[in-house]
Design a protein around this ligand. Structure first.
Ligand code: NAP
Ligand code: GLV
Length: 310
């Protein structure tokens, strides 16, 4: 069995070492444009943001194993129908996402940003406690990450709502599904968390119309993809006072360009796409197990439905 490794912006050396240790029976080769020796025909590839050239050069590959959860970059490629795309299922991401979103929610709800400003100004000042019942949280996307996030927030006794494409049941979470329930879900939400995959249906889903439906004082936490949010619409709704602010981990353009309005906005917290990181050892272990299963002809979890786009 031959496996190509092609992960952009990633130092390949520790990955190649881990992958060779996890799959000693396989020949693991690094792929970069023009690097593959003639006659080397990989069966599988481990990828992150690969160029179309990899696919065009190696169309016989049976599957691409993504080292992240989101496959939007792969869905832009032209792939032969037989080539499967397999997303990462958790591999240590859901706990990171749960802690990151819980932190963003609690920082906002407990006004920790305001306390930090007071302390920086040398002021010992109490604020009136707020009621968590006034901060219903709506989680868009109840998949591997969204479900864990929603359950975690419910443990802090916040009212939690969830929205997905197909009906879901999550303990402690009021679940909505489908487009027909979207407005009802938004209108009942004050803190909106985006954990949707980026697909043609979800691109720009957070815009002036939808964000206007949030309860007054709404707050947006985007930890999915920058293209889910119409950035100017968010700024306009914060400026108008309808939204209280946002915590953004992902952006239309990454890295966030110098001079972008988000960098210094007093009501927007920015992080550099770091809410749930790929953990190398967990990821290699999961992908190695999936490759072995696929080679034996067994089903594997996380095969992407190319029609749906996730
Ligand atoms: P997932 O398991 O595929 O879950 C996706 C969820 O979104 C599912 O509940 C799905 O509904 C729902 N959904 C999809 N399209 C929808 C639509 N049109 N309307 C309503 N609901 C829809 O994905 P995941 O593993 O939780 O990851 C979610 C996303 O997080 C990834 O795609 C990636 O973009 C992002 N992410 C970001 C970071 C970061 O560091 N910022 C890290 C990892 C992942 P069904 O349940 O009905 O299928
Ligand atoms: C990161 O953004 C991922 O999709 O895993």
């Amino acid at each position: 069995m031959k496996i190509a490794f092609c992960c952009m912006n990633t130092d390949p050396r520790p990955w190649l070492q881990s992958l060779r240790a996890a799959l000693p029976e396989a020949e693991v080769v690094e792929w970069s444009p023009g690097s593959m020796q003639d006659g080397v025909r990989p069966d599988y590839a481990m990828v992150w943001g690969p160029p179309q050239q990899l696919i065009d050069e190696q169309p016989q590959m049976k599957a691409l194993f993504n080292i992240g959860a989101g496959v939007d970059a792969l869905m832009k490629l032209s792939l032969p129908p037989h080539m499967q795309v397999v997303r990462l299922n958790d591999a240590g991401m859901s706990v990171q996402m749960a802690e990151f979103v819980a932190h963003a929610v609690i920082r906002h709800y407990r006004e920790l940003d305001a306390y930090e400003r007071d302390v920086a100004a040398g002021e010992w000042r109490f604020r009136k406690p707020l009621l968590r019942t006034d901060f219903p949280i709506g989680v868009m996307g109840l998949g591997v990450l969204g479900e864990r996030v929603a359950k975690t927030l419910a443990m802090f006794d916040f009212p939690v709502l969830g929205w997905s494409r197909s009906p879901r049941q999550v303990d402690g979470v009021h679940c909505f599904s489908g487009e027909a329930t979207f407005d009802e879900f938004l209108s009942a939400t004050r803190i909106l968390v985006c954990l949707l995959p980026l697909t043609p249906e979800t691109r720009g889903i957070m815009n002036r119309d939808t964000l206007s439906l949030l309860k007054p004082g709404g707050y947006v936490i985007n930890v999915a993809r920058g293209a889910h949010l119409v950035e100017d619409d968010l700024l306009a709704l914060i400026d108008s006072g309808h939204l209280a602010g946002a915590a953004l981990d992902v952006f239309q353009t990454e890295p966030l360009p110098a001079g972008h309005a988000f960098w210094k906005h007093p009501k927007i917290a920015v992080t550099p796409h770091t809410s749930a990181r790929t953990l190398r050892e967990d990821t290699v272990l999961q992908i190695a197990q999936k490759i072995r299963a696929m080679a034996r002809g067994e089903p594997v979890a996380g095969v992407v439905d190319r029609e749906r786009g996730y």
